[in-house]
Design a protein around this ligand. Structure first.
Ligand code: ATP
Ligand code: MG
Length: 329
């Protein structure tokens, strides 16, 4: 099984438009990242950040100006063939598909190009179509041009999976998929990673990304602006876990002030009435630490804990915290 190493990759597109007009677009300005074997790493960032460019570079389709990319130890420029043999790619799903062929025929043709025998290509095409759940009628009878966006996404993924690759590079793989289809695809990706496949995925739906990946790299304007484990990232950003707690009885205030002593508090919002008091406590602590602190206090208090819940900050909170700042600049 293979990992992905990206070191200081730079890419400037040279755009010639009009009469002698040349502009330069610095798409990547020294990006580094590492995707460990068997993990799902998300590459995030606003439109135009450079995500697709990086996916193209890792998949050997675009040459970096400088820096280095290794997939399973093979150099994406010097040993492009070896890298290609290791990867499955989703990028601009409709590209390389023939509109007048069915999904099945498109995949068989792809298999033949990959060196499969005709019967092996047919067998594998059936397998991967079943895997991505494209219905029989569409897969075998309807031409590709008549497919919906979601059906195209499924065939695209089937193509990426065709060679049973060690590494999957997926540029917005669930784009255009309905809720249940994208859930099925996410489940598949998690399953692949569990079986040792290495996955780099881009996307804009933070909730989906948070569900499947453990590590993220956030880029903006070609630069890495945040990187690491999702939980670590939230902690580093000082994002708070929010404890909502409702207390009754005379000891409520004392309860909260003792709670404050035991936790790293950012702020406390209080709504105290004669009947009950509700508090929202923003703390830098983990859920476990907060539960621990509350449980310890419950035993020795005259206040009654009527209700409590802890909300974690989401990846979206973390993303907005880092990207929001850079967008405003
Ligand atoms: N072939 C190209 N020629 C010239 N400029 C390009 C080319 N491809 C991308 N760019 C530019 O490079 C920058 C990065 O583009 P890229 O497609 O990598 O961004 P992205 O993060 O994938 O964005 P999105 O979220 O919209 O897909 C953008 O400014 C884009 O306009
Ligand atoms: Mg893109």
């Amino acid at each position: 099984m293979a990992d992905i190493v990206v070191e200081e990759v730079r890419k400037t597109y040279v755009v010639r438009s009009g009469f002698r007009r040349t502009t330069y677009v610095e798409a990547l300005k020294g990006v580094s990242l590492r995707v460990t074997k068997g993990s799902i790493h998300a590459l995030l960032g606003p439109n135009g950040a450079g995500k697709t460019t990086l996916v193209k570079i890792i998949s050997t389709l675009v040459r970096p100006d400088s820096g280095r990319v290794l997939v399973g130890g093979f150099d994406a420029v010097e040993e492009a063939d070896k890298v290609r043999a290791l990867i499955g790619l989703v990028l601009d799903v409709s590209k390389g598909m023939y509109g007048s062929l069915t999904g099945f025929q498109n995949l068989v043709f792809y298999g033949l190009l990959k060196g499969y025998s005709y019967s092996d290509a047919r067998r594998r095409a059936r397998e991967v179509l079943e895997l991505v759940g494209l219905d029989e009628e569409s897969a075998f009878k309807k031409p590709y041009y008549s497919y919906s966006l979601g059906m195209r996404a499924r065939v695209g993924l089937a193509k990426a999976l065709f060679t049973d690759p060690d590494v999957l590079l997926l540029d917005e793989p669930t784009l255009g998929l309905d809720v249940s289809s994208s859930m099925v695809i996410r489940g598949m990706l998690v399953d692949f990673a569990r079986r040792g496949r290495t996955i780099l995925v881009t996307g804009h739906n933070m909730r989906e990304i948070e569900e499947i990946s453990s590590e993220v790299t956030i880029i903006n304007r070609g630069l890495v602006i945040a990187q690491g484990g999702i939980n670590e990232l939230k902690r580093k950003l000082g994002l708070a876990n929010v404890l909502s707690i409702k207390l009754e009885g005379a000891g409520s205030r004392e309860f909260i002030s003792r709670l404050k002593e035991g936790l790293q508090i950012i702020k406390v919002e209080a709504n105290e009435t004669s009947v009950a008091s509700s508090y929202r406590v923003y703390a830098r602590n983990s859920r476990e630490e907060i539960v621990d602190a509350v449980t310890k206090l419950i035993k020795g208090t005259s206040a009654r804990v009527v209700d409590f819940s802890i909300a974690e900050p989401s990846l979206e909170d973390a993303y907005l915290a880092v990207v929001g700042d850079t967008l405003r600049r």
